[in-house]
Design a protein around this ligand. Structure first.
Ligand SMILES: [Zn+2]
Length: 294
């Protein structure tokens, strides 16, 4: 009798504690693929297909294992590969609300990391490329914007004495795992992926930076990148967020992904088309690497 009362009290407080954590574990994103995205019965690529999502469809998902998100599909749980989901975030986020390290879902094991001090080798990762254009708004393609910023950043970084390499130097398709493998082969000290955001909510705007779940060094890198980006570029500060993007989880060094504004927001988009914004974005990467390296 006494034991069941204690159990009930423990359960009650557990539920109180769990609720807000779960409320923040969901992320918003949209389907980013050339065709449709299969919804599967469980979180692996061999599981039976129970349906499909169309390209650009917005979803809310819970990261349940590396590279897999759980969604509600026709009233039941369905699973999609996060390789084909681009996070679009939620409006009015701040770091405390969106960092999901404290949640109870399994997160990938942190990879072994280089030491914080003395960054020498930098791998820049311009998002998308080739048959994967990323977001397209009007005649602007995310793959071109990302490559332009990456090339400018590479110039700044090599002038400052860093060894810089890019996961792609032209309009070519490179898979997410190949990007991470490239950085690992280079024994890079930091890996910085460069993207631009898109959302069906045209008012969504600003810069946000993602880092690999469970890695304090990646989080520090993301924090520094975000801080420098919003001090250089006149865009809203959306903060930093933990994520299980495959390009981040497979790297063996601190890794972060910067989304330099929303191509779907008229204010951000007009800035993105200027040399000034692209140059500021590139310089912010140099300043961040300098600061992180100290
Ligand atoms: Zn992208």
């Amino acid at each position: 009798m006494q034991k069941s009362i204690v159990t009930a009290i423990v359960l009650f407080f557990s539920i109180l504690v769990m609720m807000p954590l779960h409320a923040h574990a969901y992320e918003t994103g949209y389907v980013d693929t050339s065709g449709t995205l299969n919804v599967r019965d469980s979180a692996n690529a061999d599981a039976p297909v129970i349906g499909a999502l169309s390209n650009r469809q917005t979803i809310e998902y819970l990261e349940v294992s590396e590279g897999w998100g759980q969604i509600t599909y026709n009233g039941r749980a369905g699973y999609v590969s996060l390789d084909f989901i681009t996070a679009s975030g939620v409006s009015e986020v701040d770091e405390e609300e969106t960092v999901t390290e404290a949640n109870t879902e399994p997160v990938p094991e942190p990879a072994p990391e280089a030491s914080l001090q003395g960054v020498q080798r930098v791998v820049l990762d311009p998002g998308h490329g080739g048959r994967d254009p990323g977001a397209i708004v009007g005649d602007v393609m995310e793959k071109e914007l990302a490559l332009d910023i990456a090339e400018r950043a590479a110039n700044y970084l090599s002038s400052a004495g860093y060894d810089v390499s890019l996961t792609r130097t032209g309009d070519t398709y490179v898979g997410l795992e190949d990007r991470a493998a490239f950085a690992n082969r280079q024994s890079a000290d930091v890996f910085i992926s460069i993207h631009a955001n898109a959302s069906f909510e045209v008012q969504a705007n600003g810069i946000e930076t993602f880092y690999m779940h469970g890695s304090s060094q990646s989080k520090e890198l993301a924090r520094t990148l975000q801080q420098m980006a919003v001090s250089e570029v006149l865009m809203r500060d959306r903060g930093i967020r933990g994520s299980a993007f495959r390009v981040l989880t497979n790297t063996q060094m601190p890794a972060a992904l910067v989304e330099f504004g929303f191509m779907t927001n008229s204010g951000d988009a007009s800035l993105q088309q200027t040399d000034l914004m692209r140059d500021q974005s590139a310089r912010s990467i140099l300043r961040a690497v300098d600061a992180y390296s100290q």
